[in-house]
Write a protein that binds this ligand. Structure first.
Ligand code: FMN
Length: 448
């Protein structure tokens, strides 16, 4: 069902979770508005976007349940399955160009991005049209391993994109190329299946190719094909691929842009991608992710949970589950449940969470019987099991997210809340009230 972008859309349609909009819509704000109204409910397929012949899709997965279905598991299986794939990457398979749908159309001359592609403007103060669902694929020239990630891409001219590259793996490869005075070749794959999209967000050690994680998640090698103008392999079933290079020693204005914390990322001089070619399927479909929508948040959140779980488990083996909550932008708030066996373990879990990612700002640790995906339960634990003078950890002046406006350019404070019950507490004190028979009672049998 989730093997390609199209099979996934068909599956969403067959399960009545695809809204098809035939009414003509505008690229500026209208696509984003409608997609946002349906966020968490339905994926949306716009057949008529201005005068473009290419339809636009947004929100291919906007709930945990939908991501679980894409991975052919249930919600409780999502994180174990992702961890398994990250630990056991599977090589992908290079196919002939004739067997790759993305090669059905090849454009190498007179490239004009806005003429060809319906690229929306999402938020009020955005600097322009942005590609938000492109997998940026680059290659390490030393190992020939590829690296895959998603970056916001501003249409700066007919064939140039402004790009935000935060200091992670792509940044490292770019700076290495730039120091040698060379461009970094890249490809941008738009309209890929939800598994590959999720795999692109894996937090891995440098050198792991996310397309191999995608293959592991699929249980079979992902089919890839070599680009026309760059030495990069891209998913053969992608709807659209832009080929290009990130230019050395070139910076041009990019931003502002509405980002995942629901604030704007600022305008500044940033790296530039020069587009050298476009290939696409017949009748391609353009995918856009509305920033700060559930699709964006969960794409970051689920792989982060997998990585966080592993980090906490090293320190506290009895960790039960972890949750990067939507209200915390799936990046800043971590809720962790543990089966506490030794006093102090909850605080160690807090420290392990901070060590896992600089984005994590607030950590709440609760006992295993609290449902950490139910925020009312979590709040109840904070309300009734936590005393700030005894159970609070505060760390001043640590590195946090630069996109959190309450930090000082990313430097901020971390807070951990230990909401676990003391091991030696008297049994009745924290006994949750219960009505015998409640769980098995079917209330419909009593209502006329
Ligand atoms: N990371 C960036 O550095 N810049 C971006 O503009 C950016 N935009 C993103 C947009 C979406 C919709 C998503 C889901 C993620 C975005 N990210 C962005 C996060 C990276 O894609 C992600 O952290 C990735 O794992 C980084 O991979 P790397 O460490 O292999 O380079």
């Amino acid at each position: 069902r989730a093997k390609t972008f199209r099979t996934w859309l068909e599956y969403m349609q067959s399960t009545e979770r695809l809204a098809v909009i035939d009414k003509r819509v505008k690229l500026k704000y209208e696509v984003a508005s409608i997609a946002k109204k349906l966020d968490g409910k339905k994926a949306v397929y716009f057949t008529q976007v201005e005068d473009y012949s290419i339809p636009v899709v947004s929100g291919i997965c906007t709930t945990r349940q939908q991501f679980a279905e894409a991975l052919e598991t249930d919600q409780s299986g999502l994180i174990p399955k992702f961890i398994q794939a990250v630990s056991n990457p599977l090589p992908y398979r290079l196919v002939d160009k004739k067997d790759a749908p993305v090669k059905e159309n090849v454009i190498l001359k007179n490239i004009d991005l806005m003429e060809i592609l319906p690229i929306p403007i999402h938020h009020e103060k955005d600097s322009g049209h942005y590609i938000t669902a492109g997998l940026l694929i680059v290659r390490d020239p030393l190992t020939r391993k590829q690296n895959v990630s998603i970056h916001r891409l501003q249409v700066s001219s007919k064939d140039r994109l402004g790009i935000l590259i935060l200091p992670r793996h792509t940044f490292h490869l770019y700076r290495q190329a730039e120091e040698a005075g060379k461009p970094l070749e890249c490809a941008i794959a738009i309209g890929v299946d939800p598994i590959t999209l999720l795999a692109s967000q894996a937090s891995t050690p440098f050198g792991i190719d996310e397309l191999e994680i995608a293959s592991a998640l699929r249980g079979e090698p992902l089919e890839v094909v070599r680009c026309e103008t760059v030495d990069i392999d891209v998913p053969a079933h992608a709807e659209i691929v832009l080929e290009g290079k990130i230019l050395p020693r070139v910076r041009e204005p990019e931003g502002p842009f509405g980002e995942f914390p629901k604030y704007y990322g600022s305008r500044s001089d940033k790296e530039v991608v020069q587009i050298t070619g476009i290939t696409h399927r017949n009748h391609p479909i353009f995918h856009t992710i509305v920033p700060a929508g559930y699709e964006h948040l969960l794409l970051g959140g689920i792989p982060r949970e997998a990585s966080l779980f592993q980090s906490v488990k090293q320190t506290v083996p009895s960790v039960k589950s972890v949750h990067m909550s939507l209200g915390g932008t799936c990046r800043y708030h971590a809720i962790i449940s543990i089966k506490k066996r030794n006093e102090g373990e909850a605080k160690n879990a807090i420290l392990a969470a901070f060590a896992n990612s600089f984005d994590i700002k607030h950590v709440v640790v609760v006992d295993e019987e609290i449902d950490i995906f139910n925020m009312e339960e979590v709040e109840w634990a904070i309300a009734t099991r936590f005393q700030a003078d005894r159970d609070l950890i505060v760390i001043h002046g640590a590195q946090g997210s630069k996109l959190d406006p309450s930090t000082n350019n990313g430097v901020g404070c971390k807070m951990g809340l230990d909401c676990t019950v003391p091991l030696d507490s008297e049994p009745m004190k924290y006994l949750r009230i219960e009505i015998p028979g409640y769980n098995d009672l079917d209330v419909d049998e009593y209502i006329n």
